[in-house]
Every structure is written in C-alpha cells, then in structure tokens.
Design a protein around this ligand. Structure first.
Ligand SMILES: Cc1cc2nc3c(=O)[nH]c(=O)nc-3n(C[C@H](O)[C@H](O)[C@H](O)COP(=O)(O)OP(=O)(O)OC[C@H]3O[C@@H](n4cnc5c(N)ncnc54)[C@H](O)[C@@H]3O)c2cc1C
Length: 596
C-alpha cells in the first residue's frame, strides 16, 4: 500500500479505546486499580473482554504478564460520553459568538506542538488575519529517526500512538468547526512553501519553539517561503512579495512578553524566578475560539495531493505497543482528564499530599502528555484552577498545581537562556566530569534488571506505558548518575525515546539538574533508594505491581528482597559495602561515541 494512500484505521483505534473503557468499567465496579485487587477483577471479568486486554490469557499466574495487563486502565478513566460532554462544555466556555475577522486572502496555520483548538493563538490569528484558512500538519520523518548520540528510536511507539490519536482528534475538532487538517508526510521546509504557493497564502502562522532542532526547521521554512513569489492579488499588502512566517508564543503559562526580565537574564534559581513572576507578572486569559472557522480555501487541494491521512504506526515503522496504562491522545481526552481530576473526582484538593505517589493514575494530575503535545494549554489549566478555587476551595494543593506548572515554564525559558548547553555533557555549568558509558550497566538500568526493585519497577513502567511518576524519574536519574556513574545523556535520551510527555526543555532541564550540571545550587542531589522505598513504597505495592515475582514476599521485604531477587549490578554510593565497583561490576563495553 503506498504510504500516503494508507488509511489509518480509525475504527480499529476507537474500537480498542471503547473496549478499554468497557473493560475499565467492569474492573472499576469490581475493585480498585491496585494490583492485588485487579488480579481478582481480571479473573472475574468475562473471558471475552479479558482476552482482549490480557493477551488472551485464560488462567492467572502470579508471574505472568497478564497480571500487569489486568490492571490496564485508560487515562482519563471516563466513558466516551463523559469525555465528549466534558470537552463540549469546555469548548462552549471558551468560544465566543461575535468574533470578527479582519484579514483577506488565505492564511495557513501550521500545527506543531500545539495540537488543540482551545486557546490556540496561532489558529485564532490565522483565522482573524484571513478570509480562508488552511490547517496543516507535517509528519516529519526526522521525528521517527534516532536520538542524537545513542541511536534510540527518537519517538518510541507509545508516544507515536499517542501523537496519532492527537492528530485524529484535532482533525475531528477542526472539521466540527468547518475546517479540516491537511496531513503531509515530509519535512515542513520541503513542502510548506509549495503549499503556500498553491494556495496563494500570504501568511503561515505557527507557534514558536525554543530548541535547536525546531529553530532550525523554522529557519529553513522561512527561507523556503522567501523563494515563493505571490501574485499581486494574493499579497496581504502590496510590498509583501513572499508569504510571511508569523511565529507566536504559546507554550507557557506566563507569556514571554510578560516576564519581568528578558529570557536571557532569567534568574538561575527556580525560587527567584517563581517569586519574581508571581509578584510582577500576570497570566493572560485564554483566547476565545470562534464557533465556526470556515471557510477553507476554495481550490488547489489537487495540486498538493489532497488532504492526506494520518499514518498508521506501521507506516512509521513502529509496532503496536504492548498494553499498559493507556493515555488517550487528543484534546478531547485532555479536557476530559481535567474535568475528571478537578471536578468529577475532586483530586486537586489533595494534590500536594498525593503528588509523590507512584501507583495508579490519580496521585498526580497526569496532564503532562497533553501539555507536551499541546493538546492542552497551560493557561487553560490556570483558568481551571481559579474556577475551582472560586467554586469549591482554594488551598495549598490547588496552588501547588500552579507551582509545578511554573517549573515547566522555567525550563522552557531556561532553554532560551542556555541554548544547546542543556544537551551537552557539562550542561549549562560547563562542568568537566568523568562519566562512564558502560553498556551492560546501562542495559540493566534501561531494561529494569539492576537488582534494585524500585529502579526496576520504574523502568518497566516507563517502557510499558510511556509514563513514570516525578518521584520515580528523580530516583532513577539519581541512580544512573550517582550510583552507576553513567553519562546522564544516556538516561536523558532513553527518556526522550520513551516518554509520552517528552519535551526537550523539561527533559533535558531536569536531567541536567539531576546530574548536577544544571544551575541547581544543591549540586549533589542524591536519592537514597532504601530511604525512598521506605518513604514512598513502604508496603512494596508499587514494586510488586511491576515485578509480580515480589508479590509472595512479606510487604516490608518487597523492596529489600535480598537473594530471592536478581543480583544488584552496583553497590549504592552511600552504603557500606566491600565490593569493588571497578573490578566486579564494570564488565560491559564502552559506548562508541558519536560526534556531538
Ligand atoms: C529526569 C526527569 C525528566 C523529566 N522529563 C520530563 C519531560 O520530558 N516532560 C515533562 O513534561 N516533564 C518531565 N519531567 C517532570 C515531571 O516528572 C513530569 O512533568 C511529571 O511527572 C508529569 O506528571 P504529572 O502531569 O502527573 O505531574 P504533576 O505532578 O501533576 O504536575 C503538574 C504539571 O506540572 C509540570 N511539572 C511538574 N513537575 C515538573 C518538573 N520537574 N519539570 C517540569 N515540569 C513539571 C508538568 O507539566 C505537570 O504535568 C521530568 C522530571 C525528571 C526528574
């Protein structure tokens, strides 16, 4: 089947989602989502549904993968009707009837990491600045290549699946407002200029990015557009001969223009940044969405090969992911999760107390995958926190969601200040440190067989679901960097490959922080595994969920299984041990370095 004529099986996708929801409904009515209970639920669920979600495993065994699959649950855990109702209500609240457009001619909105219609300023400006609007998205093959240094898949199958769901959802939401989404496979700089030419578009509107790969694309797209000469009648003003590239800021809660300092002079310490923006800046209101965004440009589709279709995972050379915690991609699901977290389950009132959890969906917001794909606007979240505080309650927990979102902003602005140094071994501080690239140690970390249940469980969760809690991320990062003494970029690139919420600023920002090469004044942050296990998983529920072989052990021993579990690959940095790390553990080859 030719690549671009391949039809994405929407039916299959939604069938899967529906089955997940049905199964989830059954599971929920039987028991909670915790492992020992879900095992009961899985055996009670009908063989038909259980077979679909549990790899057709008919009998339960404590060590079978069915145990893990049995606890699969969608995020949000709402029915399709509930998601749709929550999204419709949010769309209605963020739409305005009397909006007027003042522009002429055709504009293009180029979707990047902003796959939403609510509070999408690029979409709104493109609509207002034209009298016909063409939305486009490029499935850029570079995103499905390899990571920069170590050659992992740049976008793992789980994130790819999430992204494809986002694209379907965006297409649907645009269609409901009278538009559509032109989906093209290729590099934007190669295709966008010819689309602009074919449609006589005077402007391409898009959201501004901050990291080198994305900036490079912006530069090339601009160059390409400058080669296009618009006919006289298509020009937005007589002097503008080429289509313009209009880049708009929209990825953060605080707008860059509202910061009390230039991004280049950003305070180096988070607390200073936060206090400064909280006292001197305010957060803008969400942009209201016109009820209808019509019309589409009348012709020229034939010239660019039609609407195209969202590819399948197979088209992208990826395999269908294994089951696990299933985040549903797209703006509707994002709005559904916000509804569920704030209004239906009232979880935001206890966020500060629960946020360090590791098991289940509800200890933290789980907004990050939708924030990273831009299916959710951080300003929308700010507005929801304020609405909740007015309607129900304002406390430390409601504030703390904003506190965490300010971290996200901070890392985004830091990427402007420090540029590519966030990707470099020495980080923004340009520290010269000796790191190992021992492949066998790294493989044990990556695959979750280090001999430390807390590390192994977290790494298995990451590869199975594309998600890991913030607590887990800090622990596995500290272990890789401090106990294994491995090059932190190995960890960062593996996260880049796997995470549903991968975002270069937050990922590399947090890794440089954890590796002590960021601008954190507390340089040597060490997370002691025994201490973390006792504090955050005292009953061993989390580790035995991901490592079912630990389930038979007494609860207090699950994190400390001794010889009944696999051998530890390294001793801990701050634990008395007689083992000589150099001689006994570092057996693997050293990674072959590529140029940086
Ligand atoms: C080594 C490491 C790598 C990370 N990589 C990423 C990444 O690629 N993408 C990403 O979005 N987050 C990353 N984080 C931050 C954080 O772990 C996740 O944002 C969080 O776990 C997502 O879950 P949640 O939405 O339930 O978060 P919540 O606890 O509910 O927080 C709400 C939101 O605040 C933001 N936030 C919270 N903590 C942080 C933080 N430390 N840094 C930046 N934003 C934060 C996120 O947008 C999050 O969705 C990383 C953290 C570490 C330690």
């Amino acid at each position: 089947m030719p690549f671009w004529t391949a039809t994405w099986s929407v039916a299959t996708h939604f069938h899967f989602a529906l089955l997940s929801l049905q199964r989830e409904e059954a599971m929920r009515s039987l028991t909670s989502l915790f492992p020992q209970h879900s095992v009961v639920a899985s055996t009670l669920c009908s063989p038909k549904t259980a077979g679909i979600m549990c790899s057709a495993s008919s009998s339960y065994s404590a060590t079978s993968s069915a145990v893990r699959l049995a606890a699969v649950h969608p995020v949000p855990s709402l029915t399709a009707d509930e998601i749709s109702a929550a999204a419709s209500e949010a769309f209605a609240r963020h739409s305005a009837a009397g909006l007027k457009r003042s522009g002429n001619g055709v504009a293009i909105v180029w979707f990047r990491n902003d796959l939403r219609v609510v509070d999408n300023e690029a979409l709104l400006q493109a609509w207002a600045g034209s009298n016909a609007l063409l939305p486009v998205y490029f499935v850029d093959p570079r995103h499905f290549g390899s990571t920069h240094l170590f050659g992992f898949p740049k976008t793992g199958a789980l994130r790819a699946k999430f992204l494809l769901e986002c694209l379907h959802d965006l297409k649907k939401n645009l269609k409901e407002r009278g538009l559509d989404l032109l989906v093209k496979h290729g590099r934007p700089e190669d295709i966008l200029p010819s689309i602009a030419k074919a449609f006589g578009a005077h402007t391409v509107f898009a959201h501004k990015e901050t990291c080198s790969e994305e900036l490079h694309v912006e530069k090339l797209v601009l160059k390409g557009l400058q080669q296009v000469i618009l006919p006289q009648h298509e020009r937005s003003n007589p002097k503008t001969v080429n289509p313009r590239l209009q880049l708009i800021w929209g990825s953060t809660m605080y707008h860059i223009e509202d910061l009390p300092f230039d991004a280049e002079n950003l305070p180096d310490v988070y607390t200073q940044f936060r206090k400064s923006v909280e006292s001197k800046s305010s957060i803008r209101e969400c942009n209201k969405l016109p009820v209808s965004l019509t019309p589409l440009p009348s012709s020229s589709l034939g010239e660019v090969g039609g609407w195209g279709s969202v590819p399948t995972l197979g088209d992208l050379g990826l395999e269908e992911p294994k089951a696990g915690m299933h985040f549903i991609g797209g703006e509707n699901a994002a709005l559904g999760r916000v509804h569920e977290y704030f209004w239906k389950k009232d979880l935001v009132r206890v966020y500060k107390e629960t946020r360090n959890g590791m098991l289940g969906a509800d200890y933290s917001t789980k907004f990050s995958p939708w924030l990273a794909s831009g299916s959710l606007s951080p300003r929308y979240l700010y507005a929801e926190v304020k609405r909740y505080e007015k309607a129900r309650l304002a406390n430390d927990s409601t504030y703390w969601v904003l506190f965490e979102l300010i971290w996200r902003d901070y890392f985004r602005f830091l990427s402007i200040k420090y540029g590519n140094s966030i990707f470099h071994l020495g980080g923004p501080r340009k520290l010269v440190t000796k790191w190992s690239q021992d492949t066998s140690l790294f493989e044990s970390w990556k695959g979750g067989h280090t001999g430390y249940p807390l590390i192994d469980a977290n790494m298995k969760e990451l590869s199975t679901t594309g998600f890991m809690s913030n607590r887990g991320r800090q622990i596995v990062c500290s272990f890789l960097v401090r106990d294994m003494r491995l090059d932190w970029r190995l960890g960062a690139e593996w996260f880049e490959s796997c995470l549903l919420d991968y975002d270069p600023c937050s990922n590399y920002g947090n890794w440089t922080y954890g590796a002590g090469v960021g601008n954190d004044p507390r340089e040597d942050r060490y997370f002691s595994i025994p201490k973390q296990a006792k504090t955050y998983d005292p009953e061993g529920e989390y580790v035995s969920y991901w490592l079912p072989e630990l389930q038979p052990l007494p609860r207090e021993r699950r994190n400390f299984p001794g010889k009944s579990y696999i051998k530890q690959v390294v001793p801990l940095k701050f634990e008395n041990t007689t083992i000589n790390r150099q001689n006994n553990f570092s057996t693997g080859k050293v990674w072959k370095k590529k140029d940086h």
